[in-house]
Write a protein of this length. Sequence first.
Length: 439
Amino acid sequence: MSKAVWGCALTGFLLCSAPFLPVASAGEVDEDALFSSPEMVTQPAGSAVPEGGKKTIGFSGEMTGVTETTAIKASTQNIHHSYLVANGFIDARLKNDMKAFANLETVHDPEKSSNTFEVRELFFDFNVDRRVYLRTGKQVLQWGRCGLWNPTDLVNIERKRFIRKIGYREGAYGLKLHAPFGARQNIYGFLDTGEAPTLEDLGGALKYEFLVGNTEMAFSGWAKKTYDPVWGYDFSTRLGEVDVVGEASVSRSSNKRQIFINQGMLDVRSKEDEWTPRASINFSRGFRMGNFNDRLRLSTEFFYDHSGYKKGFLTDSTAYPFAAPLVTRDAAGNIVTRTVGTKASFLLDNDLYEMNQLSRHYGALFLTFGRFLLSDMALNVNYVRNFDDSTGVLSSGVTYRNLSDLTLGLLVNTFTGPAGEYTYPMMKYNVQLTGGISF
């Protein structure tokens, strides 16, 4: 049986058998918590279906205007950009505990006089006798416990970002399953049907979560055609006043396209044939200041990826011949064919660069100070570092949100260190001003 069929068969087995598994009574299950996403709460307060099962449809939204300036090291002029992001949320509560939700996003670029429209999430919730909860459609899933790096998450198609994104993450298309066994055990499944023209192209993920003392942990597996299965473990616990979460995964290969030197030429391979562990861990603690608990919250996170490039990869100035001609575009947008170049240019021209996922060793620090100067203002100071090339990004800013849901923000991103991952784009700093409103 192929890897993809194996994964889909396990998911299918759960879909078929879960309704007959013994579970706790309905009163022990907080359905809103089960289906909340890390990006937003899709079940607004007070939106539950009224007694009698009357249908309700709720609409809410938000608009954020952005203006930002980026300073380039090799230029005396700054790059300025402004745009507007608007999201509309439709939340329909139907009979028999069924729900539907849509997150529609549009971006207006005044410089190009263009508008782009995206359906970030579009799904439908239902359940089987309150024993099994299902969600079908395009959705962002809670898969992985850490704040920035999630080595066990292979179901979401867009990773979390360190630098704040205006708007929402793109959802993955498929069927999610949750079968709770009281308050101590859960089974989660996701059948990935996006971009699957045949049955063998389906992907599948399973997770068994359980409680041991005050520690919640889970074992997981993921499989898809042409990929090696990925096995994962994650946990969440508390040591004194410190919250600790972590996750790790391992596979027989890296499962991603990477650059390598083939007989003196730069080439791209789909995966490297060696065991590839990945792991992340996060420590966080809240501090009481004045009359407020957790007014100051500090967390630190570390990430290791065995498949990451080693030190000096981006700074290698050697001009290598390419194994095959590469058709790309130059700075002016003209189509060109390249047959020689550095590792860095080959990486970018093949669209293989992904921030915070290039090297082997990373660390990040996150500080949030609530009620900063004003009761409705918060200060955030975050730092991420690539330990292999000693580059990093310092991101600091303030956000203000009043009772009328008016939001103002200032964010400054400074790129530090020698030539490397975070300084390779030659950016010195980026300043972002935002103003928005929710309704």
